[in-house]
Design a protein around this ligand. Structure first.
Ligand code: SF4
Length: 209
């Protein structure tokens, strides 16, 4: 539970922005469950949320108790400090990072974060060096030119055209999305077609949608 972002359209706001009733596990209890899952054929442990960033110290302690060698899938918005990136180095196998915005203004306005581009672009490069990188892009309505285009351009030029990308069209306004007028609707077919054309324009070759 919890998240370091406050995206006004958050689909998971009941666990990212408040604490729904849940069950508490100690690090040791969770490690036992993960080991058991591994022995039953589970292929990776997916640290998610909200976002796993606020809980990195907890997850690192869980790992101390794990006996099986279970790959770690870090499922994140990618907005973490350089120190946190170094803590995870050699521990995370797969970085699945949501690349949400193509400029700081949209990031601050919708997700209430500062210096987004500086942080996310640095961490995407580090993640590519430190493990396997998968980038997920949820296309927002009316944010193709200001965000999607810039995101794809960065990936193509700085990370490589064969970077694994998951392009998603399922945006649905949730939580407080009505406070941001241009994202109060779903993506239309024209925008999705344009998004696919942008992918082709930037020459990306490893995209699933
Ligand atoms: S980063 Fe994800 S979980 Fe966190 S507030 Fe934004 S959409 Fe919700």
């Amino acid at each position: 539970m919890g998240c370091n972002f406050r995206c006004l359209h958050c689909q998971n706001w009941t666990i990212s922005q408040q604490f729904e009733k849940g069950e508490y596990y100690t690090e040791k209890e969770l490690a036992l469950l993960i080991d058991d899952a591994r022995r039953r054929g589970c292929r990776n442990q997916n640290w998610v949320g909200g976002d796993p960033i606020p809980h990195i110290p907890f997850w690192l302690r869980v790992l101390l108790y794990e006996k099986e060698n279970m790959p770690v899938f870090f499922n994140t918005n990618g907005y973490l400090t350089i120190e946190a990136m170094e803590l995870l180095r050699g521990i995370v196998d797969i970085y699945k990072i949501d690349f949400k915005y193509g400029n700081n203004r949209c990031a601050e306005r919708i997700s209430d974060v500062k210096n987004y581009m500086e942080v996310i672009t640095r961490n995407l490069k580090l993640a590519k060096d430190y493990g396997e990188l998968l980038i997920r892009i949820l296309v927002l309505p009316n944010h193709l030119d200001c965000c999607l285009s810039k995101i794809l351009e960065f990936i193509s030029k700085e990370l490589g055209k064969n970077t694994r990308v998951n392009l998603m069209d399922q945006y649905t306004p949730h939580w407080r999305a009505k406070e941001v007028p241009e994202i109060t609707r779903r993506l239309n077919s024209y925008e999705w077609k344009k998004a696919i054309e942008m992918v082709k324009y930037y020459g990306l070759t490893n995209v699933i949608s």
